[in-house]
Design a binder for this molecule. Structure first.
Ligand code: HEC
Ligand code: HEC
Length: 453
């Protein structure tokens, strides 16, 4: 790996921490900050909560885009990895609507139905028809994948309610609409895709996905060279993306806070970190915003750094959400931090997938797959088979890997098929499914925290 001392390309918005302004200067500072939002640094992107930023020790985005094989068109479809794992969407396809507008619907991701669109046979012969066929990509950042039901599976499909009536849908071929996973912080994960076991050699794992992805999405038999594979793997492993500024709280690394992608890059991680398999554990998984705990009370007592009450309140709310994530128990004594246990990353530090009950929820835009256990005759109706689609195990149906929780504000909607439109929808799902009985204030605090990651 090339070692480059990388200086962040950040615009002057970085002055937005709580500085000691005289009250009459405050309004002007905020006005200047707002105007500055239109002049983002080259490594930055706006989202609903503020600004997210990209950092890689390999080089700037502009350099990587011209040199790294991840961004190269190596096939015949015109697609690159970036077509579905793009910077603006936090390295997912969540910015597909902007891509559609920028390219008038002609970007390679919209031009083929072999792996995208509602059905393989969807009509994309006109721009209007193509827009309808690509609705799940535009609205949910999802693309289509086939889930083949093999004879050796523990379950069979007894019926499919397919909202798109795809000619290709059958009891052995059902479609799943999945969000491309965020390709950031992959070096702080135990597995990628729906791998049936831990992948201790993550470099080998993502090299293999790069080769397979090039051939499938690029529609080519070309085998990338080992140098190309390593370049793309380097990028996926050492690419870091996180929220760096909040519209109300200011810089997320100001006054003792440690948000932003550089801190994420430097965050210690190893397989089994904060898990009983390697030593004592703590529920305090996130501590990025410890310095902001009680920022509102400090402000009211004339202490702390904040220069207005709105900023102090927002900082306190973010920190409160962090502690709810860490410690707030549900009816069974479980916490968010119990599953998302990697410190300040949010992935799971050991190989373990979970069924969080989202695939059982009715969703008008997703197929309803009726399955039956061949041995017990138990039945279930799901919108996404989860790891069960690759292992064929009944107990794996609906199981998903625990994703990284950084850069969330740039990649709505959430969950594997984009079933939750907003972070509040995410929190409401957990509230209901896992009996948290959150108050409205707790929900608001959790959303403020998740938006600042
Ligand atoms: C047409 C859209 C599309 C393109 C193009 C694409 N991907 Fe993906 N990618 C997806 C989807 C959907 C998933 C989630 C499904 C899965 O896990 O197989 C995914 C998942 C992944 C994962 C798993 C990440 C994780 O955390 O589990 C990796 C790694 C990956 N892609 C790498 C690549 C690379 C490298 C390329 C370029 C060769 C590429 N992708 C091109 C859609 C795409
Ligand atoms: C039982 C384990 C478990 C618990 C408890 C849990 N999560 Fe998750 N979380 C997961 C899994 C697994 C996924 C991936 C689901 C999917 O891909 O559909 C996920 C996904 C998410 C996502 C979506 C990320 C994305 O990129 O789409 C967010 C946000 C999230 N969790 C936050 C929380 C919060 C907040 C809590 C506590 C209220 C919590 N989680 C509790 C396992 C858990």
């Amino acid at each position: 790996m090339r070692s480059v001392i990388f200086r962040l390309a950040i615009s002057s918005v970085m002055l937005s921490g709580c500085i000691d302004n005289a009250p009459d200067e405050v309004g002007q500072t905020q006005q200047a900050e707002r105007e500055d939002h239109d002049h983002l640094g080259a490594q930055q992107v706006r989202n609903r909560a503020g600004i997210a930023e990209e950092y890689s020790p390999l080089g700037t985005l502009a350099e990587l885009e011209t040199t790294n094989a991840f961004f190269k068109n190596l096939g015949t479809s015109g697609r690159t990895c970036e077509s579905c794992h793009g910077f603006a969407g936090g390295w997912t396809a969540s910015a597909a609507r902007e891509v559609w507008e920028d390219t008038n619907g002609t970007a390679p991701v919209f031009m083929f139905t072999f792996d995208n669109g509602k059905c393989p046979s969807s009509d994309i012969s006109t721009r209007r028809k193509r827009k309808d066929a690509m609705a799940l990509t535009l609205e949910r950042g999802s693309t289509r994948g086939a889930q083949k039901i093999q004879p050796g599976f523990e379950f069979e499909v007894t019926a499919v309610d397919d909202p798109y009536n795809c000619a290709e849908t059958s009891l052995t071929n059902v479609f799943g609409y999945r969000k491309p996973n965020p390709l950031t912080g992959v070096s702080k994960k135990t597995s990628v895709t729906w791998a049936p076991a831990a992948q201790p050699d993550m470099r080998a794992a993502v090299k293999a996905v790069f080769v397979g992805g090039t051939q499938l999405h690029g529609q080519t038999t070309y085998v990338p060279t080992d140098a190309e594979q390593n370049q793309a793997a380097d990028f996926m492993l050492f690419n870091f993306f996180a929220q760096v500024e909040d519209d109300e709280a200011g810089r997320l690394d100001a006054d003792g806070a440690r948000g932003g992608p550089v801190n994420l890059a430097n965050q210690e991680w190893f397989v089994g970190i904060n898990h009983a398999s390697t030593g004592p554990t703590t529920r305090k998984v996130f501590d990025l915003y410890d310095a902001w705990i009680g920022a509102d009370a400090d402000f009211d007592h004339g202490r702390g750094h904040c220069h207005d009450r709105g900023e102090a309140k927002r900082r306190a709310l973010i920190a409160e959400g962090q502690e709810i994530f860490n410690f707030r128990e549900n009816a069974n004594g479980g916490t968010c931090s119990g599953c998302h246990n990697s410190p300040n990353v949010g992935t799971r530090s050991v190989y373990q997938l979970f069924d969080i009950g989202i695939v059982d929820k009715f969703d008008a835009e997703l197929p309803r797959i009726h399955i039956r256990n061949k041995t017990t005759n138990a039945e279930r109706v799901v919108t996404n088979l989860g790891r069960g689609a690759s292992t064929g195990l009944w107990s794996d149906v609906g199981k998903m890997a625990v994703p990284i929780l950084r850069g969330l504000a740039s990649r709505a909607p959430y969950f594997d098929s984009g079933q939750a439109k907003t972070l509040m929808d995410v929190v409401n799902h957990y509230d209901q499914h896992f009996n948290f009985a959150f108050t409205d204030h707790e929900k608001e605090a959790l959303v403020a925290f998740l938006s600042s990651l």
